[in-house]
Design a protein around this ligand. Structure first.
Ligand code: URA
Ligand code: SF4
Length: 222
């Protein structure tokens, strides 16, 4: 099986779609192969194209600060994009470009097996969920991908506003900070199936107001 470096090498020389003609550098994404969290943006912008690294402009600085707020650094997570080369003039990626490039993200997800994939912005969220999305009402809570999803079934998708959007609309910075707190809580609380199950006799105790020991004896269960 390929590792993240193998994929990065392949991306840097990829010519599978016409975006390779206008890029300066492809941006494979970077981070920890053991990461619990992947952050997935839309596509490289101007600075990312120059440096070949994801989220290195102003939006990236905001992302770094948000990570710091929940005790994380870039090296703890993986940061990447839906497509790996910058569309000219930052136009939206086109469906055929996404269809060609998406296999790289799929392989990155398969290697990392993150607990959660945080989408940055509406575009990335819609692409991951393969449906129309409503970022203003859906941000800040987890969703699962369905069985038809080409990136895999049952992935936890946690939509966040795009940090670049928050640079233009300061109100969104508060929302992003709140959502990072919720993300932290989501990651640190055990999944429901691992939670200690409620004692099946609890409702009996409640009804009878008796102590557990007394009730257990009475029912002759032990
Ligand atoms: N915006 C994105 O969506 N991705 C980047 O890598 C940088 C800015
Ligand atoms: Fe290859 Fe993706 Fe870049 Fe297109 S956008 S050339 S598919 S790496």
């Amino acid at each position: 099986m390929q590792n993240l470096d193998d994929i990065a090498k392949e991306v840097r020389t990829c010519k599978k779609c016409h975006l390779h003609k206008t890029r300066t550098n492809a941006v494979p994404g970077e981070g920890n192969s053991q990461a619990e969290i992947m952050f997935i943006g839309e596509a490289p912008g101007y600075h990312e194209d120059i440096q070949g690294r994801p989220f290195v402009g102003q939006a990236g600085k905001l992302l770094d600060n948000l990570l710091k707020g929940i005790g994380l650094e870039r090296k703890n997570v993986f940061i990447g994009n839906i497509i790996k080369c910058r569309p000219p003039g930052n136009r939206d990626p086109q469906p055929e470009e996404i269809n060609t490039c998406i296999s790289y993200l799929l392989k990155q997800i398969e290697i990392i097996k993150p607990k959660v994939i945080c989408t940055l912005g509406r575009f990335s969220f819609a692409e991951m969920m393969q449906r129309k999305v409503f970022i203003s009402s859906e941000h800040g809570r987890p969703f699962k991908t369905g069985s038809e999803n080409r990136l895999g079934e049952g992935l936890n998708i946690f939509p966040l506003y795009h940090p670049a959007a928050a640079l233009h609309q300061p109100g969104l910075i508060d929302a992003l900070e709140e959502d990072f707190k919720k993300l932290h809580a989501f990651l640190t609380s055990p999944p429901p199936e691992n939670k200690v199950k409620e004692n099946p006799l609890a409702s009996v105790y409640k009804k009878t107001n008796e102590t557990p020991q007394k009730k257990e004896k009475q029912l002759g269960l032990f």
